[in-house]
Unconditional design. Structure first.
Length: 150
């Protein structure tokens, strides 16, 4: 991807011929850029209210749960959505396990649970059940949480 971009950047200049970016270098550059962006994003989430959106994605033996957080960025004066993580669930995809995955991700990044205003999820029973669904468990942990089913 970066190589295609560099082709556009150096379209008429000679440096393009000297510039080589293989997969490992590209991955390292993107990983470092991602760390910087994530630190700024997390520091913002520690100060402002946000909503959580997730949905399971099965890829072979992997059960991935991307966590997208939406918040008001005071610097840009815009509503932004950013991917906090794409965590793999090691256990069964139960409401308890998915809710714990979300809670652990927020806690491991020192993001206050009280800043969470809403959860957006699909209408799968594992997500919306009152007792053992993700919505029910998160609502017990975060008393003011609003649940939006899409």
């Amino acid at each position: 991807m970066l190589d295609r971009c560099s082709g556009k950047c150096f379209r008429t200049a000679r440096p393009q011929k000297k510039y080589v970016c293989a997969r490992s270098k590209t991955s390292a550059i993107i990983a470092e850029m991602g760390k910087t962006k994530k630190k700024g994003f997390i520091s913002t989430l520690k100060k402002v209210p946000f909503s959580i959106a997730t949905d399971g994605s099965n890829k072979g033996d992997f059960k991935l749960y991307p966590l997208v957080l939406t918040f008001h960025n005071e610097e840009t004066q815009k509503i932004e959505s950013s991917l906090l993580s794409t965590s793999a669930l090691k256990d069964d995809s139960t409401g308890v396990n998915i809710a714990n995955l979300i809670l652990n991700e927020l806690k491991s990044n020192s993001i206050p649970l009280e800043n969470s205003l809403a959860l957006s999820a699909d209408n799968a029973p594992v997500m919306i059940r009152k007792k053992f669904g993700v919505a029910g468990i998160l609502s017990n942990e975060i008393k003011h949480l609003v649940v939006h089913v899409t």
